[in-house]
Ligand binder design. Structure first.
Ligand SMILES: [Cu+2]
Length: 129
């Protein structure tokens, strides 16, 4: 019984730590407050599970938007500009996407939120390891 409790505590700690370790960005887009969370911190070359939460001005979850994630790296010596785009799917009031960075370095991220015929954007940079 004691061992079981210890295991539970360790599991809780591990979960708490991995949760706190996520890469997060919170930014305003128009009337929306957007929180982006990636499961790797710093984000890595390869697949990063990404979760986007959107709240309206009243603080309510926005779940009826179309959300697209664009990510790009400008051209550099020996490498043409790279541009990628991925759709998101809705799950538990969040928009889920997999961002697959093809190399390390600075990437631009542009999240496009379309709702009722209007598009708002959230832009930020990530330093991919
Ligand atoms: Cu590059």
């Amino acid at each position: 019984m004691k061992r079981f409790t210890v295991v539970l505590v360790i599991l809780f700690l591990a979960f708490g730590l991995s949760y706190a370790k996520d890469f997060t960005v919170t930014k305003k887009a128009g009337n929306y407050m957007v929180q982006v969370r990636m499961d790797k911190n710093p984000p890595i070359t390869g697949k990063n599970n990404t979760e986007i939460g959107i709240k309206d001005a009243a603080g309510a979850d926005v779940i009826d938007a179309v959300v697209i994630v664009e990510y790009s790296m400008p051209a550099m010596p020996g490498m043409p500009a790279m541009n990628y785009k991925t759709k998101t799917e809705t799950k538990n009031e969040k928009y889920i996407a997999t961002i697959d960075f093809s190399m390390s370095g600075a990437w631009n991220i542009n999240i496009k939120i379309t709702r009722a015929g209007k598009t708002q954007s959230v832009k930020f940079n990530v330093d991919v390891s």
